[in-house]
Design a protein. Structure first.
Length: 572
């Protein structure tokens, strides 16, 4: 009977949705983790400035840990060493290349208003462009000057789709509600397509959500549940993306470089091209974990570094960008190696010693076809592509945000940011970034998988979907495209259970903490800078005996105003 009256039906569904969400808030509450101080009497007697810190990996998590140990813990930078297997810091927050050979980067990370840990870190790091400003102030100033107001979120065959129409049915909404209100354990080892019907994956809401966060139907329902609850306030903003915050340049130039300067100015050292292969762990009992030495391989030679009980070891486990391969404008990326290295090898070694503590990394490494995508970075010395996109989107470059082609076989998505995108970018060039979520599919205009395509062929496929064929020759001749095949880039989204990830601070550990995208942080969302920084804070505050806790984030799903706005948006 309700279906005969659309207005009554919509109002009833809206109120029902709000009621369900509100009544289930109690299930979402978790006891606040109390901070405990571990350590021997010897450690208690030693001042922090005398303790040594060994950081395995120089991604944003460990950069944050080092910064907080110095700022809040009184540690001496001269006693802090990072071991990095690459020749540059930053982990997945990379950006390299030049105008002649082409710029390239493995990813673009965006922020939102509630990235409280990230903002706290950036608040005390001076900007390289203006030391009188923090990186946070510079980032906010840039985002205020160039806010996104997307008018071209979804495109099909060169025409804009009506992204205001989310396309959600009553069944889609109820399935989302069921995912949100049940506890995480109810979705152990379940995929997203185990909890949603086929129609949900055809909605504009899903097309926008998946291309903003890189979800795929076979990913973990637990992770999608966390994203819905953590980012509910972004649901009404799916089309315009006006709440998204970005750094002035790429993440490496805007974040990694200034943080590294701040650290090295204080004496922190980095051992580049150094692989940590093992940690000697033991203790008074079989359950205790105390690192006694670190085994490294440097310049082809293996050696051990002694670690005192009062010292600190913080290790990043796993890597999203491990085993990635680069192609060229004329050749596809080489096949990726099946042999894992670096942080994965270390994790495997530790797991064999204490599976109960370190868990099994195979959960995240054994399903490459479900964890890979191909990204591409485009360098152009001609503005024709930018001009055509400005005409299509009715927005100047840098203001439109993400454009996705949901019906392209590869599910192509790209962003034209304001220029320059690199701090030292050559004049007369523009640089932009894109990716394909389904790289094993056969292209529509280039009839082969994206994984087998050169940079030129990827751009040809994109041009075809945008209907820019008249200008194809001009665009191709003025472009350099570097494709990047990343077999583990969404591995942290793979199907898991609530016990699959090790904790940041294992209960039995006296001087070892774990950081990165593959350790457990309750309620928070992996594949974000915020998650990594939070793990760095958690590790530093605990092992550094710092009387602080990670900055608590706002649980937007407990705000009735946010719930109301999200429920209303889902009915569009």
């Amino acid at each position: 009977m309700l279906a005969a009256n659309p207005i009554t039906f919509r109002r009833t569904k809206l109120l029902s949705t709000i009621g369900l969400w509100s009544n289930c808030q109690g299930r979402l509450l978790k006891a606040k983790r109390s901070q405990t101080i571990l350590g021997s009497a010897k450690r208690a007697d030693m001042r922090n400035e005398e303790r040594k810190v060994h950081l395995i990996g120089s991604g944003i998590a460990n950069l944050a840990a080092a910064a907080y140990l110095i700022k809040d813990g009184g540690f001496s930078g001269a006693n802090i060493t990072m071991y990095e297997q690459d020749h540059v810091p930053g982990g997945c927050l990379d950006a390299r290349g030049d105008a002649e050979k082409g710029y390239n980067m493995q990813g673009e990370r965006m922020f939102e208003p509630n990235y409280v840990c990230t903002y706290d870190l950036l608040s005390f790091i001076p900007s390289l462009a203006d030391p009188n400003k923090s990186v946070l102030e510079d980032t906010f100033a840039y985002s205020r000057t160039y806010p996104w107001n997307n008018k071209c979120r979804l495109v099909d065959k060169g025409k804009k789709l009506n992204a205001d129409n989310y396309g959600m049915t009553a069944q889609d909404t109820m399935e989302m509600m069921a995912l949100n209100v049940k506890p995480e354990k109810a979705f152990n080892d379940k995929r997203i397509n185990d909890v949603f019907s086929n129609h949900f994956f055809e909605t504009n809401f899903w097309h926008m959500w998946k291309t903003l966060f890189a979800f795929e139907p076979w990913h973990s329902a637990i992770e999608l549940r966390r994203y819905f609850l953590r980012f509910m306030h972004l649901m009404p903003d799916q089309r315009t993306m006006s709440k998204i915050i970005r750094t002035r340049y790429n993440n490496f130039d805007s974040m990694v470089r200034p943080i590294m300067k701040w650290l090295t100015d204080r004496g922190v050292s980095v051992a580049y091209e150094t692989v940590v292969t093992d940690l000697d762990i033991g203790g008074p009992t079989d359950k205790d974990i105390t690192v006694r030495s670190i085994t490294i391989v440097q310049d082809g030679k293996e050696r051990k570094i002694d670690v005192r009980p009062e010292d600190i070891v913080i290790a990043t486990l796993g890597s999203m960008i491990s085993n990635s391969t680069l192609g060229t404008y004329d050749s596809p990326p080489p096949p990726t190696s099946t042999t894992l290295g670096g942080s994965w090898t270390l994790w495997q070694t530790l797991s064999k010693k204490r599976l109960d503590v370190f868990r099994d990394p195979a959960v995240f490494t054994n399903h490459v076809k479900e964890s890979q995508f191909v990204s591409f970075t485009v360098t152009q010395k001609d503005l024709k592509f930018f001009d055509l996109m400005e005409e299509l989107s009715e927005n100047p470059p840098g203001r439109n945000g993400i454009t996705s082609l949901p019906h392209s076989p590869w599910c192509l998505t790209f962003i034209l940011n304001t220029q320059p995108y690199y701090e030292n970018q050559a004049e007369g060039t523009v640089v932009w970034y894109g990716l394909g979520l389904y790289p094993e599919e056969i292209g529509e205009f280039v009839r082969k998988p994206m994984t087998e395509c050169s940079g030129r062929e990827i751009l040809e496929e994109l041009i075809g979907h945008l209907a820019f064929d008249k200008h194809k020759k001009q665009i191709l001749e003025s472009s350099i495209v570097i494709p990047n095949r990343m077999p583990l880039i969404t591995s942290q989204f793979l199907v898991r259970n609530t016990e699959s990830r090790p904790p940041v601070n294992p209960e039995s550990s006296t001087n070892l903490a774990l950081t990165g995208q593959f350790v457990e942080q309750p309620d928070d969302c992996v594949f974000t800078v915020e998650y990594s920084v939070r793990t760095g804070q958690t590790a530093a505050f605990k092992l550094g005996n710092i009387n602080k806790e990670p900055t608590p984030f706002r649980h937007v799903s407990r705000d009735l105003g946010v719930v109301f706005a999200a429920a209303k948006a889902l009915q569009q």
